[in-house]
Ligand binder design. Structure first.
Ligand code: ADP
Length: 163
């Protein structure tokens, strides 16, 4: 039984995240999507932890071997807690490399029984990030096709309210 954790902030989830989760779910027996509280990231998340978990859960409901949970601890501790031996991450353009290499090596140092594995982003989503989505949507741009439909609805609702 190969169980993997797929961590991130998911503020909000994009189709790039979803593509990685779908592909990982075809390789491993079970995927636990771990949504980081990340209170400090980029001046604080736009969506609460509960909203982010809910959005990921809804967007992945077609994948029976995927579950979602929040976390606010060391990633390797969370992995151990859920019985996962793999950390699976998406890798975009070169900009992701240094940060991901550093995290993978530090996590390996903490627990060498947990392997980090990467799935390379498809060209279409290579430059797609949550921050870009927020910037486009915040200026009234259309993000349909870049995020799951339920995330699009929530973004539109949130930003309309904010004006
Ligand atoms: P972001 O970097 O967009 O704020 P997260 O911190 O939630 O997103 O990222 C979680 C993981 O998802 C990271 O491994 C990141 O490389 C990956 N990821 C994010 N966007 C994409 C994408 N468009 N394609 C593939 N992987 C992605």
């Amino acid at each position: 039984m190969k169980r993997a954790v797929c961590p991130g902030t998911f503020d909000p989830m994009t189709n790039g995240h979803l593509d990685i989760i779908e592909r990982a779910s075809a390789v491993f027996d079970e995927i636990v999507v771990a949504v980081a509280l990340s209170p400090e990231k980029g001046g604080g998340p736009l969506f609460t932890i509960d909203e982010r978990v809910e959005m990921v859960a809804k967007a992945t409901e077609h994948l029976p071997n995927v579950s979602v949970r929040p976390f606010d601890s060391l990633l390797v501790d969370l992995a151990r807690q859920v019985g996962a031996t793999i950390i699976v991450k998406g890798l975009r353009a070169v900009t992701d490399f240094e940060r991901e290499f550093q995290m993978a090596q530090l996590n390996y140092r903490i627990d060498d029984e947990i392997e980090t594995m990467f799935i390379v982003a498809i060209p279409e989503y290579m430059y797609l990030s949550s921050s870009a989505v927020k910037e486009i949507a915040g200026h009234g741009g259309v993000v349909e096709g870049l995020v799951p439909a339920n995330v699009n609805e929530r973004l539109v609702g949130r930003l309309r309210k904010g004006r």
